[in-house]
Design a protein around this ligand. Structure first.
Ligand SMILES: CCCCCCCCCCCCC/C=C/[C@@H](O)[C@H](CO)NC(=O)CCCCCCCCCCCCCCC
Ligand SMILES: Nc1ncnc2c1ncn2[C@@H]1O[C@H](COP(=O)(O)OP(=O)(O)OP(=O)(O)O)[C@@H](O)[C@H]1O
Ligand SMILES: [Ca+2]
Length: 566
């Protein structure tokens, strides 16, 4: 919490019939009960409160009429009897209150005073402070997917979010989508973006994906950048995006806010939070396919998604159904993964530290050198990987590409933790939201029992990477080539690397003609199925920004900078 700084206002006001010393600085609103007993009393309600001005939602004057007071919004409130007879003027401050599990709520406190001028002075001073905060949005473009998740998007927005936006003085232009990609195409071609301070999507990860595709595309066109080229440095989007969760997984909201709660998200939008986010571009043969911010998954997660799309009628439960089915099916896939390890970074995918609000690693775009990162790079270099000649073609290959061939149950790239209610720590718990890297997780062919051990560890404290058949690399770019797409010369290379006898017995055992394993899976790209399997993925550091602040660390000790604690 910030230090109070120079006081702008200080008065004696009343809260629920008790006298309080109330003060306002540029950073804090504080109210402290007067003449409180110096003796500590465990059951006495807290006598000192302090709210950062940045977390005040709004202030409203309570107007007195016939013994009752009328609110600015027209609703009536009987407060006269509750307050002292002399207290004729009142104003109410609405502010953010933290609840359990990273949830935010809108709390309010009503101050009364005998002098009308004092009251008005307080209201105008607080309003001035709020208006001077330029990071708060005033006009928002809202897209609602009425069919996401449990089909509650419209109701959630109208009942829980719109009233808060109105209270905070935010005007909105609302579009309820009529078909898939409506929001994307509207953003690409029609939306008058200059009129807005941000875009809000009400829906799940698929709806968010539509929004970023529209916004990133539009930004590149406006900036004269070719969005199709895999080598272009993309221009960052200036408009922030807010996510009101109303989907089935809500992983992007969960991993950036810590909860998938619509009111919490609305409050992060109102206070004007900003959280940059990495975006991966996915190409096939130099042709743009899609962007990804959370999970790119081939094998298990690709198959779960393909299977679950046919069961949309089941709602969010379709993922669990298809998850169990694909676990039992136990398909594995052959292919070549090559990657460009992230160099000169602090942080590894096996760190115990987590990307949290104000993350230092993300503030430096992941570009901090440390002994630890050097050590990790050395460990990486000693891994048993080969370097493939066709991969030395990129302008980024100042570091060297590494190649791994094998049989995989899953190939996952997590650009963020992918924390969600199914796995509160996520697919890659130490991944960063905005460090310019993605964590490439390779789960090699193993028994069902071992794969179950790996999956189960997503739901416990145990390390899901601490298994012989799982490896994880922090990378800036990677490519995947399924075996059936490899050129003849590549396949010949396989023959040289292994003894002929081994290879032929293997082909006979694994070939699709034998009916025991399909040749290829498909990629799950943030919940959408990609049309190609051979892909080239590149991370674009901090390409977009959200109305979020990252997951807040839960307070452990009393904050000594809090004026109430001094
Ligand atoms: C035994 C319990 C193990 C639980 C393991 C849970 C790990 C869950 C990890 C979830 C990671 C989600 C990543 C987010 C991806 C989003 O961009 C995307 C779009 O919304 N969602 C999905 O693709 C939706 C993907 C949904 C995946 C659900 C997978 C469910 C696996 C269930 C396996 C059960 C085995 C039971 C054996 C008896
Ligand atoms: N009006 C509409 N009619 C049909 N589909 C739509 C409409 N608007 C958006 N969509 C599409 O619906 C798909 C799913 O939406 P959404 O992401 O909101 O929910 P979900 O799939 O249940 O949740 P999650 O992506 O979190 O798993 C998106 O891919 C989006 O393109
Ligand atoms: Ca990242």
């Amino acid at each position: 919490m910030e230090r109070p700084g120079r006081l702008l206002l200080q008065s004696e006001l009343r809260v629920r019939n008790a006298a309080y010393d109330v003060s306002l600085s540029r950073s804090l609103l504080t109210w402290k009960r007067r003449a409180a007993s110096p003796v500590y009393h465990p059951f006495r309600p807290s006598v000192c409160h302090s709210v950062p001005v940045s977390e005040i939602i709004s202030v409203r004057e309570e107007e007195e009429e016939n013994g009752s007071r009328q609110r600015d919004d027209g609703s009536w409130k009987k407060i006269r009897e509750r307050e002292g007879k002399d207290c004729r003027q009142a104003f109410t401050v609405l502010y953010v209150e933290r609840c359990q599990q990273h949830r935010w709520r809108c709390a309010e406190v009503t101050f009364t005073c005998s002098d009308e001028t004092v009251c008005q002075h307080w209201v105008s001073s607080i309003r001035e402070q709020l208006a001077s905060n330029t990071s708060r949005p005033k006009h928002l473009l809202v897209y609602i997917n009425p069919y996401g998740g449990k089909h509650q998007g419209k109701r959630i927005y109208e009942q829980k979010v719109a009233p808060l936006f109105t209270q905070a003085g935010i005007s909105t232009s609302v579009i309820v989508t009529e078909y898939a990609n409506h929001a994307r195409d509207h953003l690409k071609m029609e939306a008058e973006l200059k009129k807005f301070d941000g875009v809000v999507c009400v829906g799940g990860d698929g709806m968010f994906s539509e929004i970023i595709h529209g916004l990133i595309w539009r930004t590149q066109i406006d900036c004269g950048v070719d969005p199709n080229s895999p080598e272009e440095a993309l221009s960052p989007c200036s408009l922030r995006i807010g996510i009101i969760p109303a989907g089935s997984t809500d992983c992007i909201c969960f991993a950036t806010v810590g909860t998938n709660d619509p009111v919490t998200s609305a409050l992060h939008i109102i206070v004007g939070d900003s959280q940059p986010l990495d975006v991966c571009s996915v190409h096939h043969n130099n042709m743009f396919l899609r962007y990804s911010v959370s999970l790119l998954g081939y094998g298990f997660y690709g198959d779960v998604l393909s299977d679950s799309e046919r069961k949309r009628w089941m709602g969010p439960a379709r993922y669990d159904f298809s998850g169990v089915k694909m676990f039992l099916t136990h398909h594995y896939y052959e292919g070549t993964v090559s990657y460009l390890p992230a160099r000169g970074i602090i942080g590894t995918p096996r760190d115990a530290t987590r990307c949290r609000s104000g993350c230092v690693i993300c503030q430096h775009n992941g570009q901090l050198n440390s002994e630890r990162s050097e050590k990790y790079e050395m460990d990486e270099a000693s891994d048993s990987v080969s370097i493939h000649p066709w991969l030395f073609c990129s302008p980024e290959s100042s570091g060297e590409w590494r190649t791994i061939r094998g049989k995989f149950l899953a190939i996952n790239a997590a650009s963020m933790s992918c924390a969600c209610p199914r796995s509160p720590k996520g697919l890659s718990p130490a991944a960063h939201l905005a460090d310019g890297t993605t964590d490439l997780i390779l789960v090699r062919k193993c028994s069902r029992f071992n794969f179950l051990r790996h999956l189960l560890r997503h739901t416990s404290k145990d390390d899901q990477f601490d298994l012989t058949f799982v490896e994880v690399h922090r990378v800036r770019r990677f490519r995947f080539m399924p075996r059936h797409c490899q050129s003849d010369s590549d396949l010949e290379l396989d023959l040289h690397e292994n003894s002929k006898r081994q290879i032929f017995s293997q082909i006979c055992k694994d070939h699709p003609a034998c009916g025991c394993a399909p040749a290829y899976s498909s990629w799950n790209c943030d919940g959408e199925i990609l049309t190609h399997t051979a892909i080239d993925v590149r991370v674009h550091c901090q390409l977009i920004k959200l109305f979020a602040r990252g997951i807040e660390e839960l307070p452990v000790f009393e904050d000594l900078t809090n004026p109430c604690a001094i």
